[in-house]
Design a protein around this ligand. Structure first.
Ligand SMILES: Cc1cc2nc3c(=O)[nH]c(=O)nc-3n(C[C@H](O)[C@H](O)[C@H](O)COP(=O)(O)OP(=O)(O)OC[C@H]3O[C@@H](n4cnc5c(N)ncnc54)[C@H](O)[C@@H]3O)c2cc1C
Length: 460
C-alpha cells in the first residue's frame, strides 16, 4: 500500500560519527520534507495534536509544508512552541505525536519531529522570526532559569506584552539544552543559540551569572526590583550517587558534570583548557538517556565506553533510538551488572570498578522486575573514569531562601499543573524544578501553563 514507509532521513555513518561531535541526524531537505508531509492524512480529529503536550496544530503546519509555504508553517509552529528546532530533535515523538498518528497503525507514522525540525531550520536560514507583541503592558515578570520551562514561559508572556527578564545562574542560557544534551544530538551554535535569540527577539531580557537565592532572593525581586510575579524554572540539576565506597575518588563524575565539562566548558575542543580526563576506558553507571549521552561522549573523547546497568536490555529506561545509536557507534553494554565499589590506586585515582552480577526477580513498585544480586558473582572491570548517571533532583537553594514556598519530600516545588501556582503569592513554577527530571516538552508545557497562570494573576 502506498505511503506505508516514511521518507528515510540521512544520518552520518556510525563509524564516522563515533569520532566526531557533528550532528548525527542530517534532517530532511526541501523535497524530502514535502514528500513526507504528503503522507499526513489531515485527520479531522487529529490524535497527534492530543499527543503533543503543547498542542501544536500539527496537520496545520504539515499542510503548509505540502503547499510549499514554509513561512506559514513556521508561524503555526511558533504559536505553540518557542523551541521548534530543539523539539524536532530531542522530543520523544514515538510516545507522543507520532505514537498517536493514524498512519502508524498500518505502517510508519508520519515523521512529525523531522518535519518540525525542517520548518524551524528553514525559518532560521531565511531570517524568519516569531511575531512580537504590539505594545508592552508595563508589568514586570522575572523568570528564574533559561531552560525550556523558563524560555517558554518568557516567550509567551512577552508575546502578551509583559516586560520579562530571565535570570540565569550560568554564563550561557539554555539550561540542559546547552550544558547537558551533547552537540552531536543538539548543536549549540546552529540550533540552541538561534532559538534563544528568537525568544530574546520578542523583547525578553536575559541576565546571566545571576544565582537567585545567592545574588538576589525572590523576595528582593518583588520588594526591591519591582517585579509583580516570578516564574521558577530552575530545573533539577543536583546529581544522585550510589553511596558505595570509592565514589569520592579522582576520576568519578556525575553525568551532569561530565557533560557540562564537554558541552558548556568545551573541554572536547583542543583550544579550551577545561580539565577533562582523557580516559582509556570509561564506565557509565545507569541506563537512561543521560547515561547514553555520557557514554557516547566518552566514546567520542577516545575511550572504550561501557554502560553498566543492573537490569536487562528490556528495562533500559533510555529511548530505543538512543540505545540503537549507542550500540551502532560501539558502546558496550554490561547488563544485569551492579557496581559495589569503585577501586582506586595509591594516589586516589580510579583504577576500576567492582561489580556483582544480577538476575531479575519479581516485579517491584515500578512494575519492572526487581534486580537481585547473585551471591559470589563479584568481578572487576578495569576503568580510569566512572560516570554516575543515576538521576537528578532539584537544587534546594531557591526553596531554602524563599519563605512560604512549599516543596515535597523530593525537594520539588509544589505547583498546580494547569497554572504553575505555588504556595507563595505571585510565585509560579514549572519544569523539572516541579516534576523532577522529565523532558523538554513537558518543561515547555509547564512554562506555558505558568505564563497563563501569571497572566490571570496580573490581569485581576
Ligand atoms: C544529558 C541530558 C539529556 C537529555 N536528553 C533529553 C532528550 O533527548 N529529550 C528530552 O525531552 N529531554 C531530555 N532531557 C531532559 C530535559 O533536558 C529536561 O527535562 C529539561 O531541560 C528541563 O527543563 P527546565 O527548564 O525545567 O530545566 P533546565 O533545562 O535544567 O534549566 C534550568 C535552568 O535554571 C538555571 N538555574 C538553576 N538554579 C538557578 C538559580 N538559583 N538562579 C538562576 N538560575 C538557576 C540552571 O542553570 C538552568 O539553566 C535530558 C536531560 C539531560 C541532563
Amino acid at each position: 500500500m502506498e505511503g506505508l514507509k516514511r521518507v528515510p532521513v540521512r544520518e552520518q555513518a556510525p563509524k564516522v560519527r563515533a569520532a566526531n561531535f557533528e550532528e548525527v541526524c542530517l534532517g530532511y531537505n526541501q523535497e524530502e520534507a514535502v514528500e513526507e508531509a504528503k503522507r499526513c492524512l489531515q485527520c479531522k480529529k487529529p490524535l497527534c495534536v492530543q499527543g503533543c503536550p503543547v498542542a501544536i496544530d500539527i496537520p496545520g503546519f504539515i499542510g503548509k509544508i505540502v503547499e510549499g509555504d514554509f513561512a506559514a508553517a513556521y508561524q503555526i509552529l511558533s504559536d505553540s512552541s518557542s523551541l521548534p528546532a530543539v523539539c524536532g530533535r530531542v522530543c520523544p515523538q514515538e510516545s507522543q505525536c507520532e505514537g498517536k498518528c493514524i498512519r502508524g497503525r498500518k505502517g510508519d507514522p508520519v515523521s512529525i519531529g523531522k518535519l518540525e525540525r525542517f520548518v524551524a531550520d528553514w525559518a532560521k536560514e531565511n531570517g524568519i522570526k516569531p511575531k512580537k507583541a504590539d505594545k508592552l503592558n508595563g508589568k514586570k515578570v522575572a523568570v528564574i532559569g533559561s531552560g525550556p520551562a523558563g524560555l517558554s514561559c518568557a516567550g509567551d508572556l512577552a508575546k502578551w506584552g509583559y516586560d520579562v527578564t530571565i535570570f540565569e545562574a550560568l554564563h550561557e542560557p539554555g539550561g540542559v539544552l546547552t550544558y547537558g544534551i551533547p552537540e552531536f544530538r543538539l548543536p549549540k551554535d546552529a540550533v540552541v543559540k538561534p532559538e534563544v535569540e528568537n525568544v530574546k527577539s520578542l523583547g525578553v531580557k536575559l541576565e546571566t551569572d545571576v544565582i537567585i537565592g545567592k545574588s538576589v532572593t525572590i523576595d528582593e525581586l518583588f520588594d526591591e526590583e519591582g517585579f509583580s510575579a516570578v516564574f521558577v524554572g530552575s530545573g533539577a540539576g543536583l546529581p544522585m550517587f550510589m553511596g558505595i565506597p570509592g565514589e569520592n575518588a579522582n576520576g568519578v563524575f556525575s553525568a551532569n558534570e561530565y557533560l557540562t565539562r564537554s558541552n558548556l566548558m568545551k573541554a572536547r575542543l583542543d583550544d579550551y583548557a577545561t580539565p577533562m580526563p582523557v580516559s582509556k576506558k570509561a564506565v557509565i553507571v545507569g541506563g537512561g538517556n543521560v547515561a547514553m549521552d555520557a557514554a557516547r561522549t566518552a566514546l567520542r573523547l577516545g575511550a572504550e565506553s561501557h554502560i553498566v546497568y543492573r537490569r536487562s536490555e528490556a528495562e533500559l529506561p533510555a529511548r530505543a533510538e538512543e540505545v540503537h545509536h549507542a550500540k551502532e557507534e560501539g558502546v558496550i553494554f554490561d547488563l544485569l551488572t551492579n557496581p559495589v565499589e569503585i577501586l582506586t590506586d595509591d594516589k586516589g585515582w580510579v583504577r576500576g570498578i567492582r561489580c556483582i552480577r544480577m538476575e531479575l526477580g519479581e516485579p517491584d513498585a515500578s512494575g519492572r522486575r526487581r534486580p537481585v544480586a547473585i551471591e559470589g558473582s563479584e568481578f572487576e572491570i578495569e576503568a580510569d573514569a566512572v560516570i554516575m548517571s543515576l538521576g537528578t533532583s532539584p537544587n534546594p537553594l531557591i526553596s531554602s531562601t524563599t519563605a512560604g514556598l512549599d516543596v515535597n519530600k523530593r525537594k520539588c516545588i509544589v505547583a498546580e499543573a494547569e497554572t504553575g501556582k505555588t504556595s507563595k503569592e505571585g510565585v509560579y513554577a514549572g519544569g523539572d524544578a516541579v516534576t523532577g527530571a522529565a523532558t523538554v516538552i513537558l518543561a515547555m508545557e509547564a512554562g506555558r501553563a505558568g505564563a497563563k497562570g501569571i497572566h490571570e494573576f496580573l490581569s485581576k
